[in-house]
Structure formats: C-alpha cells, structure tokens
Ligand binder design. Structure first.
Ligand code: ATP
Ligand code: MG
Length: 462
C-alpha cells in the first residue's frame, strides 16, 4: 500500500506539466541538480527571486548540463531591468550599448544577467536590405525571450529554486535526441542573423550533436549573407570556432557546407595546397589537444600558423626576385598581414607575436657561433620552437632540425658546445655587423631591416 502511494507520488512529480505555452520538466526527469550550477549563478537567481523577480539559468549552460558536459559559463535571464538588477547586487555593472547586460561579480566569477527580450514585430523591426536585424533590444517576457533565441537547445530555462526546466520549443526532447534545431523558420532566422549559420556549425561540432536537416538545408543557398556581417563579429565567431577545442571538426564541417569561402580568405588558398592544409590541420589538432588538457593557447600562435604558408609563398617570391632573406621576410609578413586585414579583422595586437614567431623560423636554421644561444634567450622561444615542430611534423623541414633544438635547449654547456655546427658549414657565413646607427634602431619594425644580421631585431608594433 505505502509502496503504491509512493509510486504514485513519484509518478506525479516525474511527469512533464504544461503551463500556458510552456512545458515544465521536473528534476526527476532531467536530473540536473541545483548543485551543478555555479555558486555565482545560484546567488544571482536566489537574490533576484528574493527581490520578487523571475530568474533562471539559461542558454548554453542548461544545454551542456543536459548533455552531461561542464558548462564554461552560466548566464541568467530575468524580468528585472538592468537598473533593477544593479540595485539588487552591489558588485555589478551594466555593460553593452546595443544589448544592455549586467555583469554581477562573485569573487572570480562573473555572471552575465540579461533582461528578457521581445521579438520585434516585423512592421517595426529595423533590418538592413537583406533582412538582418539591426535592433533587437526591446524588453519582453520569458516566452518572447525564448522565441528570439537561436536553437531549441539554447532556449531552456532552469529554475535553481524548484530545479524545473521550462521549455517553449521542444528543446528538452531535441537535446535528449542530440539534435540541434533552429527555433522558427530557419530561412528567416538565418536572414535575421547570418552568424547563426556559423553557430550551427560550431555548436554541432563542439557538442557532437546532429544538425537538424531542415535547419541545415537553407545554409547552402544563404551563405553569401555572411558577406554582410560586420568583420569584428565574424572574427569573434571564427575565434570561438578555432578555440572551441573542436576546431578540426569545425573546419571540416565548414568545408563540407561550403561555408569556409570568404570566411578566412587566405585559408581558402592554404587549404587547397597539400602542404598548407597538412600544416594548418596539425596546428588545429595541437590546439584542440592543448585545450583538452586545459593548457593555455594563444590566438596569435594560431593566426601565425594559419597564415604561415602564405608568408612562405610571399617570401619565396621575393627571394626569386633577388631580395635578401631577412628583408624579404619582413616585407612578406607585412604583405600577408595587410591582405588578411582587408578581409578579416585580425586585431593589430597580435601582429607583434605573429611576426616574432615567423622571424624565429629563419633563426632556427642557424646553428653555429653565438646565434643558437641568443635564440634560446628570446622570451618567445617556446612558441617559436612549437611552431618549428609543427613545420617538421608537416614535412616542411627535416625532423633532424627539430630534434637538434629539442636536445640543444636542455643540454649541458659542454654538450651544447659539441652540438654547434662549424661556422660556414652549409650555412651562410655571418656577415660582419656594422655598428647600428641610432636612426635605424628607432625605425619602425614593419620596414625591412637588412642592417641587422640574421639575428633579426623584433620590436613590438603596438
Ligand atoms: P557557448 O557554449 O559557446 O557559450 P552558448 O549557446 O552559450 O554557447 P553564447 O554566445 O554564450 O553561446 O550565447 C548565450 C545564449 O544566447 C545562447 O544559448 C542563445 O540562447 C543566445 N544567443 C546567442 N547568440 C545568438 C544569436 N546569434 N541568435 C539568437 N540567440 C543567440
Ligand atoms: Mg555561453
């Protein structure tokens, strides 16, 4: 008897309820416990609810927890306005102009809190001539907020107080089926924001979930709309892909869907050269591996890898035209960076590191005299060496060179001296260095710099 009552109670609470247009999925079914969400997001939802507002964890975090993954951050959505959120949390600040969000700080953790937004009715929607939404910042209720999110899996609201999930678009069952599906008409949603095409690729690759057929279908005919997206946003999304820990899958998927053209313009060319493709794929694989081991990765290293074969091609061309190696390398780097910047806004702040890594590659060839010791002292020697190993793994340089440097950097002083190559043996004889004039030192590093010897000087650009 007691068993039967308990069974009934259990069954009742383990059922999906319908409330208005939403389905409410209880903890007993979905299994995501309050303890699985971050301390900060618990504090934020508790604080807002205690002040009389609605507050839920939403977006990628709920999706990731349902898929058994650890979310990288927790976003909260609420019906409180940014000012009201500010008044509840002392350590918070309003950010963003187009979308006003609030960052609430708890020690190291920053919780991003957004006010429910509404879908703009089509008559007064501000769009460009291609249908891209330019303004999207009206406050609304939870149901409206859900409708303006991209995928059903991204529109689930988790209430840490009741441990219920609120679902307006079937995202719970899609997620359970490992399906990424666009909310609404995919064509309309891609037109509103073409970046959603890239998000579809990134999220399905990263989460290893299937992209719904109806969602994927229009991408082939709509990809040109990406030309219309501001550069900074495209770069942001490309970086998210490259640093997702699943960059290889992302690139493969982009190529399969023919979305890579125009996105990373030089990558188009590089991926079509067998040596370049091998090198880029190795670089991406090693980045994915580092991320899976929680090691830091540098965007500058990745950009340097993506553009390397382009730099090499430009360099070789200049050498054939009779330019000297170091000067030709400086000019080749500048050419490639300028060309790439026209199309994809790689921020200037990465230039200096990219150039350092590229310039070091010539210096690895020099294994006599004092030069190897000077190279070891470079603050970015490690990055340059990792880059050399990628070149050797891709077959561009002999393995022996990488092995030599691997041994040399940790060898005893005695062994190092033994390892040095004799001056002039297969390497260019070191030219006598003229004393450098003050003027040259002050010159911009972008200019070709023939006056220094092979141990090229590198100065930061910005
Ligand atoms: P990630 O794990 O990469 O952070 P995410 O889905 O959380 O994935 P965010 O960029 O952090 O991605 O966005 C948070 C949420 O905001 C998304 O889950 C989605 O609900 C909504 N969102 C983000 N970008 C868009 C977009 N372009 N169109 C509609 N909704 C979006
Ligand atoms: Mg997120």
């Amino acid at each position: 008897m007691i068993k039967r009552i308990l069974k009934n109670v259990f069954r009742k609470s383990a059922r999906i309820k319908t409330v208005g247009n939403a389905q409410v999925i209880p903890f007993k079914l979905h299994g995501v416990a309050r303890e699985q969400i971050s301390y900060g997001s618990q504090k934020v939802t508790d604080g807002l609810q205690a002040a009389g507002f609605q507050a839920y964890v939403v977006g990628g975090a709920v999706r990731d927890l349902l898929l058994g993954r650890i979310p990288k951050d927790f976003d909260v959505a609420t019906n409180a306005t940014p000012e009201e959120i500010r008044s509840v949390f002392r350590r918070s600040r309003i950010i963003g102009r187009r979308f006003r969000l609030v960052h609430v700080m708890f020690g190291e953790e920053v919780v991003e809190v957004s006010t429910f937004r509404s879908l703009i009715e089509s008559e007064d929607a501000q769009t460009d001539e291609h249908g891209r939404l330019l303004r999207d910042n009206q406050f609304g209720d939870q149901e409206q907020d859900a409708a303006r999110r991209d995928f059903t899996a991204n529109a689930l609201y988790y209430d840490p107080a009741t441990q219920d999930i609120i679902d307006y678009h079937g995202g719970y069952s899609d997620t359970r089926k490992h399906l990424l599906r666009m909310i609404g008409d995919p064509k309309v949603r891609f037109r509103e924001d073409p970046v959603r095409m890239l998000r579809a690729v990134r999220l399905s690759a990263k989460l290893a979930i299937r992209l719904d057929e109806a969602t994927a279908a229009p991408i082939a005919t709509m990809k040109d709309l990406l030309d219309n997206v501001p550069q900074a946003r495209l770069l942001d999304e490309v970086l998210k892909m490259l640093l997702s820990g699943h960059s290889v899958e992302c690139i493969q998927q982009l190529r399969k869907m023919n979305l890579h053209h125009g996105l990373l313009p030089l990558l188009d060319v590089i991926l079509e050269q067998p040596m370049g493709e091998k090198f880029v794929m190795l670089a991406l694989r090693s980045t994915d591996e580092r991320l899976s081991q929680d090691k830091p990765v540098s965007p500058a290293f990745l950009f340097a890898a993506l553009l390397w074969h382009e730099v090499l091609a430009a360099w070789k061309l200049r050498l054939q035209q009779g330019e000297r190696p170091v000067g030709a390398m400086h000019a080749a780097m500048d050419d490639v960076l300028a060309r790439q910047k026209k199309q994809l806004a790689i921020p200037h702040r990465h230039d200096a590191v990219m150039k350092e890594i590229w310039l070091m590659q010539q210096r690895f060839m020099q294994r006599s005299g004092q030069r190897p010791y000077r190279l070891l002292e470079q603050p970015r020697f490690r990055a340059g060496f990792d880059f050399l190993l990628l070149r050797s793994a891709s077959g561009e340089v002999d393995d022996e060179l990488g092995l030599w440097w691997d041994e040399f950097q940790d060898a005893s002083a005695e062994r190092q001296a033994e390892m040095l190559h004799p001056e002039g043996a297969g390497e260019k004889k070191r030219r006598r260095r003229k004393p450098r004039k003050k003027k040259e030192v002050a010159a911009d590093s972008g200019a070709s710099n023939e006056s220094t010897d092979q141990g090229t000087d590198i100065r930061a650009v910005d």
